[in-house]
Design a protein around this ligand. Structure first.
Ligand SMILES: Nc1ncnc2c1ncn2[C@@H]1O[C@H](COP(=O)(O)OP(=O)(O)OP(=O)(O)O)[C@@H](O)[C@H]1O
Length: 298
């Protein structure tokens, strides 16, 4: 069953198209990574899915209805970001207690265990937490709520490396125990790729790719070698990224759709065919130019 369906979805702020003609479907009970650079439109898209923002044109359906101001969507969705604020009149423990009333699937045992594991002081209030601790507390709310649609917008911002790892592990374990539709936005795919089932990669509000993670890993290959030989071999191939990396040595990233014979020809003229890490594939695909930051200095 589809949880989210967008057809030619567009969101404009004045003249800026934050989301531009985006079409995709998210099926039930999957973990999807929404990946894009700063300003790609991740938060705007997630807020439309959660029903906080009205779209400008196209169509969006969540649980089969337009999410904007929908009771059905708000009752089944939790949106976690680092802008969440809570009452200062309540302690952290009281906030967990009060969450029980809001979320019908709330797992209080899980909330208390995570609260204890991350060594929160029960009597503190949310406003007194550090940035990373706020993100960690918000994450506990997001997991324990066990909403059918759980949205995390940049959930690990401010968390240290160990806490980030713990968060992703907790997310995966709880998802296995209680499958639901989870959308996780991030700039970085490397730390989330192991838990994602599929990736929606966006740039300037447009869809670049929506694919299972396993296919993204195989999406591109790197070709390295003498600049002249590389240029000649690539004559008819459009690179995703190309850069001179040393004296007369260049490196290109291309779509992984070349025949075995073509790759053998490359090797025969001294070029090396190398795998490209998933993180780099996303970086190159979302880069402003095919030569990256070096372009500015050339
Ligand atoms: N309220 C607003 N008014 C005008 N423009 C906005 C508004 N909110 C976002 N934008 C613009 O929409 C585009 C997408 O912004 P958005 O916050 O959705 O991106 P993002 O991918 O979440 O970015 P980041 O990773 O930096 O948080 C940007 O160009 C941004 O400047």
């Amino acid at each position: 069953m589809k949880t989210v369906e967008c057809i030619e979805l567009t969101k404009q702020y004045g003249k800026t198209k934050a989301i531009n003609n985006l079409s995709f479907t998210l099926s039930e009970n999957k973990i999807t990574g929404l990946i894009g650079r700063n300003g790609a439109g991740k938060t705007t898209l997630l807020k439309m899915i959660a029903g906080y923002l009205r779209h400008s044109s196209g169509e969006i359906q969540v649980f089969g209805v337009n999410p904007f101001n929908s009771l059905k969507v708000s009752a089944n969705t939790i949106f976690i970001d680092n802008g969440m604020s809570f009452s200062n009149m309540l302690t952290l423990l009281e906030l967990l207690e009060s969450a029980k009333r809001f979320y019908p699937n709330w797992n209080h045992d899980l909330a208390l265990k995570l609260f204890d594991y991350f060594s929160f002081s029960p009597n503190l209030s949310h406003v007194n937490l550090s940035k990373g601790m706020k993100s960690t507390f918000n994450m506990i709310i997001g997991l324990a709520a066990r909403c059918p649609l759980t949205i995390f917008d940049e959930p690990t911002s401010g968390m240290d490396a160990g806490t980030r790892k713990d968060f992703y592990r907790a997310l995966l374990k709880d998802y296995i125990a209680e499958p639901r539709t989870i959308i996780l936005s991030s700039h970085l795919i490397d730390e989330v790729e192991d838990i994602l089932e599929e990736v929606l990669l966006i740039k300037n509000g447009e869809k670049l790719l929506h694919t299972p993670v396993e296919e993204l890993k195989e999406f591109a290959i790197g070709i390295r070698g003498k600049t002249e030989a590389l240029k000649e071999w690539m004559e008819k191939i459009e690179p995703i990224y190309i850069q001179e990396i040393g004296a007369n040595i260049s490196y290109a990233v291309i779509k992984n759709d070349r025949s075995l014979i073509e790759l053998e020809n490359a090797k025969a003229i001294g070029l090396e065919v190398v795998p490209v890490p998933t993180e780099d594939i996303c970086t190159y695909l979302t880069s402003k130019t095919k030569g990256g930051i070096d372009h500015v200095f050339s």
